[in-house]
Design a protein around this ligand. Structure first.
Ligand code: NAD
Ligand code: UDP
Length: 322
């Protein structure tokens, strides 16, 4: 069962990582649905510009805060969305210790905040908990294939820990918890230089540079537009479901096919620069979204070409001279 949005009007949500790509879209959605929002961020991978349009909004408050350190929030809190964590492989491989803290210390602090207020807690987890999967597509029942000491482990194991501590707070403290396992999501407000494949290839297409394909480009990903993801997250928060739920788009393609699609939609000829495949890069990834369909009555709606066009338009604005 999904509670109606009207039951949440006037309530307060805390969003850690609120200045990030997904976090800022979630903040917008919650405000649009009549909630008050407190966003916390230290800008380690996010940007103030993602929230600048909310300046002067009486329902919105921003606190610059490293959420891996202790903090307190004044006033009643009804929902805590723990979104803070570096998410791009290039970002998190560069700051592995901060990433481990975002999954561990910061999860404890966000869970304690929810506990203190009797609030609902939602964890932004990831398809990376499945590692380099041996089951395809990935259902939530799959326990994963993660290298615990590889370069990606700072992210994968931090998120696996975050899921474990979320379930422990649920079992011990009877907290109302939710876990969303997010698969590759894209859209406006990603950083052009965050290294993820969507901003990388679109930026390269717009600048007339070759696309940097890592490995032979046969590895696959499935791309979800951000408004669809945020809708899934918000539905999960309003549900009474406590097991992890995959949210993503089943539209799987190889990275080479993705490069071809970006070239086609951008109207440029594809040129490629071959780069080595980073270690432990998952070979395949596609969410099994049967659970989300059933318990959230949710599925992605934005067609790939439409989402990519909107994202290209956003990046054109970012690249335009000021
Ligand atoms: P992002 O890097 O744009 O956003 C993360 C935000 O968290 C940034 O604003 C960053 O500054 C902030 N942050 C990180 N550590 C912090 C700390 N210690 N204190 C305060 N703020 C901190 O990435 P995103 O794509 O928006 O990801 C948001 C969440 O969704 C992350 O938890 C990520 O793991 C998860 N996720 C995203 C995807 C995706 O495809 N976008 C896929 C799987 C999971
Ligand atoms: N990738 C690529 N070129 C780039 C950036 C990424 O070929 O410039 C590949 C990367 O190796 C991976 C896929 O694209 O196989 C998706 O990478 P991303 O960093 O977006 O996220 P991931 O799904 O690996 O977390």
């Amino acid at each position: 069962m999904i509670q109606d949005v009207s039951e949440f009007r006037g309530r307060t949500a805390v969003v850690t990582g609120g200045a990030g790509f997904v976090g800022s879209h979630l903040v917008d959605r919650l405000l649009a649905d009549g909630l008050k929002v407190v966003a916390l961020d230290n800008f380690v991978t996010g940007k103030a510009g993602n929230l600048s349009h909310l300046e002067g909004n009486p329902g919105f408050r921003f606190i610059e805060q490293d959420v891996s350190e202790p903090y307190a929030i004044e006033g009643k809190v009804d929902l805590v969305f723990h979104m803070a964590s570096p998410a791009s492989p290039i970002d998190y491989v560069g700051i592995p210790i901060e990433t481990l803290k975002a999954g561990s210390y910061a999860s404890h602090h966000a869970l304690d905040l929810a506990k203190e207020h009797g609030a609902t807690f939602l964890l932004a987890s990831t398809s990376e908990v499945y590692g380099d999967p041996e089951v395809h597509p990935q259902p939530e029942s799959y326990w994963g294939n993660v290298n615990p000491i590889g370069v990606r482990s700072c992210y994968d194991e931090a998120k696996r820990y975050a899921e474990a501590v979320t379930m422990a707070y649920r079992r011990v403290h009877k907290l109302d918890t939710k876990i969303v396992r997010i698969f590759n999501t894209y859209g406006p407000r990603m950083r052009l230089d965050d290294g993820r494949v969507v901003p990388a290839f679109i930026g390269q297409a717009l600048r007339g540079e070759p696309m940097t394909i890592f490995g032979d480009g046969s590895q696959t990903r499935s791309f979800c537009y951000v408004s669809d993801l945020v809708d899934g997250i918000w539905r999960l928060a309003r549900s009474n479901f406590h097991e992890p739920v995959n949210c993503g788009n089943s539209n799987e393609m190889s990275i080479r096919a993705f490069a071809e699609a970006i070239a086609r939609i951008s109207g440029v000829e594809l040129t490629v620069e071959d780069r080595p495949l980073p270690p432990d890069d998952p070979k395949v990834r596609q969410p099994d979204i049967s659970r989300a369909r059933e318990v959230l009555e949710w599925e992605p709606r934005v067609a790939f070409d439409d989402g990519i066009r909107r994202t290209i338009d956003y990046f054109k604005g970012e690249l335009a001279p000021a």
